[in-house]
Design a binder for this molecule. Structure first.
Ligand SMILES: Nc1ncnc2c1ncn2[C@@H]1O[C@H](COP(=O)(O)OP(=O)(O)OP(=O)(O)O)[C@@H](O)[C@H]1O
Length: 322
């Protein structure tokens, strides 16, 4: 699989991350020279295993954690020098609830809006509470709400000041199907209204369903940034593995026109092809192998999924050319 460069600058990016590294006190380096541009109006999914640095990256962009190196702009504002303006452009739905438990839903969400210096707008607050099925709970105290309802309150708080950029950190963790559906309906509506959405997730299907582009982070490095559609085409890839009778030292030059890889023991030749094409090239390949005097004793085909691609990206030791 060939991967495109990750540091392609996008003109008119709404979030621009330039050379960001983060070393926590104690010496752990959680982010390594991250470059990322988020397009205005897109849904961007950041995938990565536990501890890869997703929350750290979001926290740096939101100005809650200072980068050790590099700069970030959000809606044109430097997130350190111009913190307030940058932060006002951002709504953040964190993983965990830290909210004023004795307040009512209405007061909490209205107060959040005020924190960003926005004039009160009861009609807007009413709309988001209704969109999140929280309207009948508007006078309930937060501490009396179920976990799912509290998650809805977090989303309402994040949207209270009408941010241009919405971050959702692990939005589906511990959430039931109904809330997930409500959330994704709302996310799609927000995107249609022009909001840029960045979400972190462990769920590949979620990224598949929702995202326009996907970024994969591994051990603090952003190793892939790709259009989902392109990754989905890679999903259509199949592999044909041929177990050879005799090991090969290298792939013969006469077979260079086929995308073939040879296992380190020289006994398995793997051919990747596009399963959606009428002509997969298999017949020609097998004929060419015969001409070259290469005989096989077994052949297996398998299909790669986005999950496979993700797992191999994040777990393989081999470096990805990004
Ligand atoms: N305040 C901190 N001090 C020291 N190390 C930290 C701190 N916060 C995070 N880390 C470390 O930085 C690494 C990245 O953590 P981060 O929370 O960004 O990962 P993540 O990709 O969001 O993981 P998860 O999927 O588990 O939420 C982890 O190894 C974590 O232990």
């Amino acid at each position: 699989m060939t991967l495109p460069p990750v540091a392609v600058a996008i003109t008119d990016a709404i979030v621009s991350v330039r050379g960001v590294s983060k070393t926590y006190a104690g010496g752990f380096q959680a982010l390594k020279n991250v470059h990322l541009d988020i397009r205005r109006g897109e849904i961007f999914a950041l995938l990565g295993p536990n501890g890869a640095g997703k929350t750290t990256l979001i926290s740096v962009i939101c100005g809650m954690v200072n980068a050790s190196e590099g700069t970030v702009t959000a809606d044109g504002h430097d997130t350190v020098r111009d913190y307030r303006a940058a932060r006002a452009a951002i709504g953040l739905v964190p993983q965990e609830l830290h909210t004023d438990s004795f307040e009512t839903v209405w007061a909490t969400v209205s107060f959040s809006r005020g924190l960003f210096g926005k004039a009160p707008n009861p009609a807007y607050i009413e709309k988001i509470l209704k969109d999140l099925s929280l309207w009948d709970k508007k006078d309930s105290k937060i501490l009396a709400l179920s976990g799912g309802m509290k998650r809805r309150v977090l989303i309402a708080k994040a949207l209270s000041h009408e941010p241009k950029i919405l971050f959702l950190d692990e939005p589906s963790a511990g959430v039931d199907v109904e809330l997930r559906h409500d959330m994704w309906r709302l996310v799609r509506e927000l995107r249609e209204a022009g909001t840029t959405i960045i979400l972190t997730t462990h769920y590949i299907e979620e990224a598949e369903d929702m995202a326009d582009r996907i970024g994969v982070i591994r051990k603090g490095e952003l190793i892939v940034v790709e259009e989902k559609a392109t990754l989905m085409r890679q999903l259509g890839q199949k592999q044909l593995a041929l177990t050879l009778q005799q090991p090969l030292a290298t792939v013969p030059a006469a077979l260079a026109q086929w995308p073939l890889t040879l296992s380190t023991d020289g006994l398995t030749l793997t051919y990747s092809f596009d399963a959606q094409k009428d002509d997969t090239g298999i017949a020609e390949l097998l004929a060419a192998l015969g001409t070259e005097g290469i005989h096989f004793k077994d052949l297996r085909s398998s299909e790669s999924s986005l999950e496979d691609i993700f797992v191999s990206l994040v777990h393989e030791n081999k470096e990805v050319t990004a």
